[in-house]
Design a protein around this ligand. Structure first.
Ligand code: AMP
Length: 404
């Protein structure tokens, strides 16, 4: 079966068509600047070659974006399917499933309504995800669709891990609690770690470190999430590309009062202008921050140190939460590609039985990135690099659900 993966943003639509026979990517594309009134943009790559590189008229809405996606996929010259009917199902990435969804589901009107109900928890992403779902259902009415939630894997957390210490009524009335994100990645990577080590997930305590532009860590005990660093929104946790990560919430009021900002203006700063970018003043991209730090920029060095220190603190606390750890796994843009950061994060963890093999770890320097154990042979705790693949995880869930 061929499965289309869709990740809709407020003004963009990313897609990938996967052949489930061998899980190969048949086509990959991006429609951008939807509904912005300016020139739209659509690019589509097949076999790594750009077959569409279009930059002309405005794109009105997500329905038009879906139609553009389908006409690229079915194009008579370069298309990868003869007709839309060859697409067996669509898997949608959805940010927030709230407490309602602990697994992926086939989309029907009730699921759409539940995603809509969760808009207050995911005000930026859920409306966009819904637009993508509605547009696809409109242009592919007979095709089954599945929603895969970023929050679902974390639904196994116990209340002591997901509750915030504010009055209980806010949990009851407003569903204020930790939800966690990147769940599809943490699930994929932790499962793959067990397979790679030839172990049963039931016998493993794993800490997965998804470190990218957005970063989160997850404690996975016996295959289930027991804690994660992101919270009610993706703002909590370690320092990220542009997000502040955890801090005393009184910082928000203090800055608002002194700078004449509203809470939402300040939260926008915490989400978009903080983190590596805000501290270094250089960039949100770790490569630029690393370059600047190497050249002696003290703020870039500080941003890097804060990230490394934050990751180390979570690793320590999750080892405590699980009464130990068997594997620490690095994934996503920084986790997979930045061997030096992995080396720095794992410095001095011998007290916990985790010893990195500096040479093995360095041998994985970009572009030689692949699944590997990078801990020393005598390390009790395995340290691994496992590249994440959220699209494959979404495609597998979709296939499983539509085959039932
Ligand atoms: P992601 O959000 O997973 O795409 O990750 C983005 C982050 O990964 C950025 O901070 C990049 O600097 C980092 N990254 C991506 N590719 C590389 C690379 N080849 N070497 C070092 N860092 C990289």
């Amino acid at each position: 079966m061929k499965i289309l993966i869709v990740n809709a943003g407020s003004s963009s639509l990313k897609y990938q068509l996967i052949d489930m026979q061998d899980e190969s990517t048949l086509a990959k594309g991006l429609v951008e600047r939807i509904g912005m009134g300016t020139k739209g943009h659509h690019e589509c790559k097949i076999d790594g070659k750009k077959v569409v590189d279009w930059n002309e008229a405005p794109i009105e809405n997500h329905v038009q974006a879906c139609q553009m996606m389908l006409s690229a996929l079915t194009d008579k010259d370069f298309g990868v399917v003869k007709s839309m009917d060859e697409i067996g199902a669509v898997g949608h990435r959805v940010l927030h499933g709230g407490s309602k969804f602990s697994a992926s589901v086939v989309i029907d009107d009730a699921v759409e309504a539940a995603i809509e109900e969760n808009i207050p928890l995911g005000p930026l992403h859920n409306p966009a995800n819904l637009q993508g779902i509605r547009a696809c259902r409109a242009v592919m009415p007979g095709t089954p669709m599945v929603a895969v939630f970023d929050t679902a894997f974390h639904q196994t957390m116990p209340p002591k891990a997901y509750m915030y210490g504010v009055p209980y009524e806010y949990y009851e009335k407003l569903h204020v609690r930790r939800y966690g994100f990147h769940g599809t990645s943490h699930r994929f990577v932790s499962k793959r770690t067990a397979e790679f080590l030839g172990k049963n997930p039931e016998d493993l305590r794993i800490i997965t470190c998804h470190l990218g532009n957005g970063s989160s860590l997850c404690a996975v005990d016996k295959g289930k999430c027991v804690d994660t660093s992101m919270g009610i929104t993706p703002l909590e946790g370690v320092l990220m590309g542009t997000r502040s990560g955890s801090m005393d919430p009184a910082v928000v009021e203090y800055i608002c009062n002194n700078e004449g900002l509203t809470v939402s203006e300040m939260l926008n700063i915490c989400n978009k202008k903080s983190g590596l970018l805000g501290i270094s003043g250089v960039s949100n991209d770790m490569r630029d921050v690393d370059d600047a730090a190497t050249k002696g920029n003290p703020r870039a060095q500080l941003a890097r140190d804060m990230l490394v220190y934050g990751i180390r603190k979570y690793i320590g606390s999750y080892a405590a939460a699980m009464n130990g750890v068997d594997a620490i796994v690095f994934t996503a843009g920084i986790g997979e590609n930045n061997y030096k950061l992995r080396e720095d994060v794992m410095q001095g963890f011998e007290f916990m039985g985790a010893k990195i093999d500096v040479e093995k770890n360095k041998a994985l320097a970009w572009p030689n990135v692949h699944e590997a154990v990078v801990s020393a042979d005598d390390s009790k705790v395995k340290i691994l690099v496992i590249p994440t693949n959220e699209e494959i995880a979404i495609a597998r869930d979709t296939l499983e659900l539509v085959s039932k």
